[in-house]
Design a protein around this ligand. Structure first.
Ligand SMILES: Nc1ncnc2c1ncn2[C@@H]1O[C@H](COP(=O)(O)OP(=O)(O)OP(=O)(O)O)[C@@H](O)[C@H]1O
Ligand SMILES: [Mg+2]
Length: 260
């Protein structure tokens, strides 16, 4: 496994050791989705995951989020076993999970209320994270008044406001058009520069994976796990039209289409 910026050595944030997941289906048959997965993610790293539909990307994120407690192997966050859901591991989905009848401000605040953050601290936190995603001026807008991209930015602000140790993103920009996506990539990378959050980001889009990730993991349904990993050792802002990036994109494309 290769890491960017190995010197000085960085702390491991998330560690998956021999993780496997078998689902029991309605007809009592079992299906193996993940088998013997080993991944280490460093603090502050952005790792993107690509793979064909059904290869287990969401399953992997669900295990890390703590939505499913029955699995084989070990998942450790900062050395502690992952169990149940926690504000240390926040998931952001493709579909908006915001309340349309509340404002952007209230949608972020409600998460803090549920996490029992005292009232006097909430205002500062909500304003801070709405500013980080560039939506401070839309604090009082209702969700139904916002575009798809803005909604995902509110979701991002809400996830960040809980100060998770790792942000799990399951195709968060999949339904959006390319111009909105481009501004969200910038937003996400700017946010990452400011917060150095550890991010695990699932996508179907090869360009997106290579543009955002410090590392790209390609999964294969045939292997029930990881097929290949790519270290993206070019600064994000220099990746467009970069020859080594183009070569990586070609290699990943071949990985995804070779049926192994
Ligand atoms: N709760 C469940 N019970 C039974 N089988 C499940 C369950 N969740 C997922 N699966 C099966 O596990 C496999 C992997 O599903 P998963 O949703 O992780 O794939 P994915 O890589 O995220 O796909 P996509 O790219 O379409 O989102 C699929 O065959 C799916 O049918
Ligand atoms: Mg999925």
């Amino acid at each position: 496994m290769q890491f960017k910026n190995q010197y000085p050595p960085q702390k491991v944030s998330l560690s998956l050791k021999n993780v496997s997941k078998i689902y029991l289906q309605r007809n009592s048959k079992t299906i193996t989705v993940l088998d013997n997965i080993n991944i280490q993610i460093l603090e502050g790293e952005i790792v993107t995951i690509l793979g064909k539909s059904g290869c287990g990307k969401s399953t992997l994120l669900n295990l890390i989020a703590g939505f499913e407690n029955s699995y084989g192997g070990e998942i450790l966050l900062n050395g502690k076993p992952v169990k149940d859901i926690s504000t240390e591991r926040i998931m952001m989905f493709q579909e908006s999970t915001l309340f349309p009848w509340l404002t952007a401000y209230q949608n972020v605040e409600i998460a803090l209320k549920m996490a029992k953050v005292p009232k006097h601290q909430r205002e500062q936190i909500v304003k801070h994270y709405l500013s980080i995603v560039g939506l401070f001026d839309y604090s009082n807008s209702y969700i139904y008044q916002l575009s798809g991209g803005m909604k995902q930015r509110v979701s991002l602000a809400r996830a960040l406001s809980l100060n998770p140790k790792i942000l799990l993103m399951d195709e968060p920009f999949a339904g959006l058009d390319i111009t909105i996506k481009k501004s969200l990539y910038k937003e996400l990378l700017d946010m990452h520069k400011k917060t150095r959050k550890t991010i695990l980001f699932v996508t179907h889009n090869i360009n997106e994976a290579v543009l955002i990730g410090d590392r790209v993991i390609v999964m294969s349904p045939r292997l029930y796990g990881i097929k290949k990993e790519y270290l993206i050792d070019v600064p994000n802002e220099q990746r467009k039209d970069n020859l080594s990036i183009k070569n990586i994109i070609n290699e990943i494309t071949a990985d995804l289409y070779d049926n192994a």
